[in-house]
Design a binder for this molecule. Structure first.
Ligand SMILES: [Zn+2]
Length: 383
């Protein structure tokens, strides 16, 4: 039991060290630990010092490994770590139709951008029997690249128009930037690709250093406009251009990753939400990342579909508890129902009546079993 606890609480040496430092960094304690290292019962003895520190360890949420679970936010089916590993392994060596088969299996779980990319790849993979994933992207690159360049240029033109209102040195700096970017986009077919992030960071720097209030206001609008430049997360063409330079394993991982099942805190960790299953939902990586540290109420305003989708998620969890696929989590539906009810400002009230029925049934079966036993055995077993 103690060993099991030790493994749960301190899974590796670096964590043990961290826990120890957090506990009480005095000379006496470090001396005691060093002495204990010579002792064959080191682990049990050291554990004594670690027990006050469980808060520093994130609970491993086993629900992430349940296959075909719907995301409680977007409702799309999530992908387990094991499935992702297999997908990437297959896609790294697959060619032509095999790529199409792999993508067909998972494409419906992907967000819009990745699903669009998957559809484009499937079409091309069916026609190109001998091409691997990276070769397929390179082959279809021409059209997306042209489309992306057109979008980039349109936004750059709008930035140029906005910049006409700038005065003094700032005007000169921004004009120089614009002509540089224009030539990068032009050369883009052969040279280094245009970097959106670099441009935005550069513009932000000019904005932050600006002292003239009129210029500052224009620069703020320029930064907002620059953020419209397509990203690989929101635009299939930008995705294809960016990842056509990567290895098959990287491309495959990037396609499937948004659907990865992750542990989401119902009450955010930074707002003292606990690291325990009662405060966890298995949620797809895309929704988890998009939410960030946003409160549940604000997140619900953007995603009202969560009311239905979290019920679907809970129905699936209850079903799996009843059929015995999930053991030891009978408390989970009630605890999560309460956490979501509180965090959503009483807007989501999950129906867990099937779980309540299951608990009642279980209880009455235990009672019946007890009645079926002779009275002396009952005393021993159920005392
Ligand atoms: Zn989701």
């Amino acid at each position: 039991m103690i060993n099991a606890l030790a493994q749960n609480i301190s899974p590796d040496k670096s964590n043990r060290n961290r826990a120890y430092l957090n506990f009480n960094n005095t000379v006496e304690n470090s001396f005691a630990i060093q002495k204990n290292e010579q002792n064959p019962n080191f682990r049990q003895k050291v554990l004594f010092y670690y027990i006050p520190q469980p808060i520093s360890f994130k609970y491993y949420f086993a629900f992430k490994e349940l296959e075909n679970l719907p995301c409680p936010c977007c409702g799309r089916t999530m992908t387990t770590n094991k499935e992702i590993e297999d997908f990437v392994k297959n896609m790294t060596i697959a060619k032509g139709k095999d790529i199409a088969v792999c993508l067909e299996k998972y494409k419906d779980r992907l967000p819009d951008t990745e699903r669009n990319v998957a559809n484009i790849l499937i079409k091309s993979a069916k026609k190109n029997e001998n091409l691997q994933l990276d070769e397929l992207l390179k082959q279809i690159l021409k059209e997306p690249k042209q489309k992306l360049e057109t979008k980039q240029r349109e936004i750059l033109k709008e930035i140029a128009d906005l910049s006409k209102g700038l005065t003094g040195e700032t005007y000169k700096i921004i004009q120089k930037d614009i002509s540089q970017i224009d030539s990068i986009i032009k050369k883009g077919r052969n040279g280094d690709p245009f970097k959106r992030k670099k441009l935005i960071q550069g513009l932000e720097k000019v904005r932050d250093n600006e002292s003239n209030p009129d210029n500052k206001k224009i620069l703020e609008n320029i930064v907002i406009k620059a953020e419209d430049i397509p990203t690989s997360g929101a635009d299939a063409e930008a995705f294809i251009v960016k990842y056509s330079r990567r290895k098959p394993s990287e491309i495959a991982h990037r396609i499937i990753e948004p659907s990865q099942s992750t542990a989401e805190h119902i009450r955010p960790h930074c707002k003292e939400g606990s690291n325990s299953p009662a405060n966890y939902l298995a949620e797809c990586k895309k929704c988890n990342n998009d939410r960030g540290n946003m409160s549940y109420v604000d997140w619900l305003k953007i995603h009202p579909e969560m009311i239905d989708n979290s019920q679907k998620y809970m129905n699936e969890i209850i079903h799996r508890i009843i059929i015995g696929e999930i053991k030891g989590f009978d408390y989970y539906p009630q605890a999560v129902k309460k956490a979501i009810y509180d965090e959503s400002g009483q807007q989501i009230n999950l129906d867990i009546s099937k779980m309540d029925e299951h608990k009642k049934e279980k209880l009455s079966k235990t009672k019946q079993a007890r009645l079926a036993l002779p009275s002396d055995v009952q005393l021993n077993v159920f005392a």
